[in-house]
Design a protein around this ligand. Structure first.
Ligand code: GLA
Length: 364
């Protein structure tokens, strides 16, 4: 039996959505299935959200299409733990409550990162750098407080985010964490998280994990952790990809190499930029186009189609795919790395209508 996007018994909801989403008024035929229906025998389909998106048309789209959410920023250490003795729970709680009410899974993101850290974290009261012992104690207390609060409600945590250096000649990133603790902070973070919630699935999460040189360094770290019996369960490939990369062979190789360690794999922050990868922030250049041409839309649809074909092929190790933001209405790529240059990286357009890429993802 075919499942239509809006079964008759949900007509009132459909009518409500028509205005906001315009799905039925689209010139393209309505897609047969929602994302979560299409992938129900494969893996959950998630989306990164902020507390402000839990109402109105965006919330309806989230509930209709996805069965997992990741807080985009609300659980990062800076926002959730702004002072040593003060946590800010409002936004994170709102996301977890919304997920519980709507039977969505939650991926926690993240417990340790070099960015979006609170000001107090690496300094003592006199403004001097803290010792390794003090920093690990702070990490322990942070992880225990946050993970225990959401125990049983958050099924997976990105424990350590982006610890590998951007410099191919270095191994670990020269972050404050590394400067103060050496390599130990990584294993410690996993141990604390496991102690706080032994059932949570614990991830190492990073970007450019399919590029051969970075893949080898990520693999080396994961192997070290596994060999040392650190409680790590899975690897998150962020999936901040583009029309240029990764190739199908690179993607397959990465999934195979990481999963050969006995780790599960998720795509945790998927978006497909219409521009080639850049890292350094800059202003948009005079005359630099940010037009979303039919050619770009077509190329993007083909990339998405290939990516999801590969994900389905690895359904035995692939335990989730999460998009980084809901629609082209808003993406972090609108301002990063180039200020003032619009991007169109997602499956829903600026009116929340499904794009060509969406059709390619749900039809197989
Ligand atoms: C990294 C982080 C995410 C997010 C993106 C940009 O990938 O893991 O939390 O900050 O950068 O939005």
């Amino acid at each position: 039996m075919k499942t239509t996007l809006f079964p008759v018994r949900k007509l009132s909801l459909a009518a409500l959505l028509m205005g906001g989403l315009g799905l039925l008024s689209s010139q393209r035929p309505a897609p047969e299935k929602t994302l979560k229906e299409a992938y129900k025998n494969y893996f959950p389909i998630g989306v990164a959200v902020g507390a402000q998106q839990l109402k109105g048309a965006e919330a309806e789209l989230i509930k209709q299409q996805f069965n997992s959410v990741t807080p985009e920023n609300a659980m990062k250490m800076g926002p959730i733990h702004p002072e040593e003795n003060r946590y800010f729970w409002t936004d994170a709680d709102a996301i977890v409550d919304f997920a519980q009410q709507n039977k969505l899974r939650v991926r926690g993101h993240n417990l340790l990162w070099h960015e979006q850290t609170p000001k107090w974290l690496f300094k003592d009261a006199e403004g001097k750098q803290v010792s390794k012992e003090v920093l690990l104690k702070r990490l322990h207390d942070h992880i225990f407080t946050v993970v225990k609060r959401y125990k049983g409600k958050i099924y997976a945590w990105d424990v350590v985010n982006e610890a590998i250096s951007d410099n191919p000649n270095e191994f670990l990133r020269d972050s404050e964490w590394y400067k103060i603790c050496g390599e130990d902070f990584i294993a410690k973070a996993f141990e604390y998280a496991h102690e706080a919630d032994p059932k949570a699935i614990l991830f190492y999460n990073d970007y450019n994990t399919e590029r051969p040189e970075k893949r080898e360094r990520v693999y080396k770290l994961l192997k070290k952790l596994k060999d040392a019996k650190v409680p790590i369960d899975a690897v998150g490939l962020q999936g901040h990809w583009s029309l240029q990369e990764p190739t199908e062979a690179e993607l397959r190789k990465a999934i195979e190499q990481y999963s050969s360690l006995g780790l599960k794999v998720q795509i945790t922050e998927l978006d497909v930029s219409i521009y080639p990868w850049e890292k350094e922030r800059r202003e948009r250049r005079p005359g630099e186009s940010d037009a979303y041409t039919p050619e770009l839309e077509q190329k993007q649809a083909e990339q998405y189609k290939m990516f999801f074909r590969v994900f389905r092929d690895y359904k035995n190790v692939m335990t989730g795919v999460t998009f980084w933001n809901v629609s082209d209405q808003y993406s972090w790529l609108d301002t990063y790395p180039v200020a003032g240059r619009k991007n169109y990286p997602l499956l829903f357009d600026q009116n929340l209508k499904p794009k060509k890429a969406y059709q390619e993802v749900v039809k197989f």
